[in-house]
Design a protein around this ligand. Sequence first.
Ligand code: GSH
Length: 243
Amino acid sequence: MTTIKLYDLARVTKSGGSWSYNVWKTRLALNYKGISYTTIWVDHSTIKSTLEAIGVTPNTSGKGFEYTVPTVKLQDDSIITESAKIASKLEDIQPSPSLRLDTNLQAEADSVVRMVYAPLLPIYMPHVAREVIDKSTVPAFAKSRHARFGMSLEEMEGLIGEEQAWEATKPGFEAMKKLLRERKEDEGPFIHGSQLCYADFVLVAVFEALRRVGIDMFEKAIGMDPSFEKLYDACEAWVQNDQ
Ligand SMILES: N[C@@H](CCC(=O)N[C@@H](CS)C(=O)NCC(=O)O)C(=O)O
């Protein structure tokens, strides 16, 4: 039986594993459900040609990148791109344990994550270029950032200092704290308390991506509120499979 193929972004060395935020949402879901998969590593010079070759249609909305991971090739050879669509397909293929998909809650979690992520991009992207990806792929990485954000990595880095960037994440982390508090049904670590749902993975993915890109960033983020560490620790079993 062929297993699911997961397309993910490579890093310069194999150790350290997956580092990409959106792919972590899918890995968490796959690992939680115990679905077996193999990873096909692409990089910023090969993502387009690889995904084009398996029949992915480009995102031409003008929002986001043209070709993205996570993309999966399922056992029946169908291809799905977009983490939210993949989550819903995985839930159909294997309903138990359930991801308890709730589109409104996922949208809320997505928006909280964006509030945290956006101010960090000027420090995160240049750091990825310097420390995470292979040097030979940096020009392609820089080119697609330029197309998306309208500036070079150097210009991006000059936008804001590190301290100011972290200061600007505070409303996002406050919103995350609120999200982790207002729907609790008991003392459990997840949004709903002791019952996990996919929106928890949307939040955990941001911590995991930061951990895989720079441990200092992870420690700063997770230290913002005790509820973050509780949530992360409760999901730790599902961040182990990173290959
Ligand atoms: N909405 C998409 C976003 C996917 C996305 O932007 N993925 C990033 C990696 S985290 C990517 O593939 N970027 C392509 C690139 O960096 O060129 C999803 O949820 O899957």
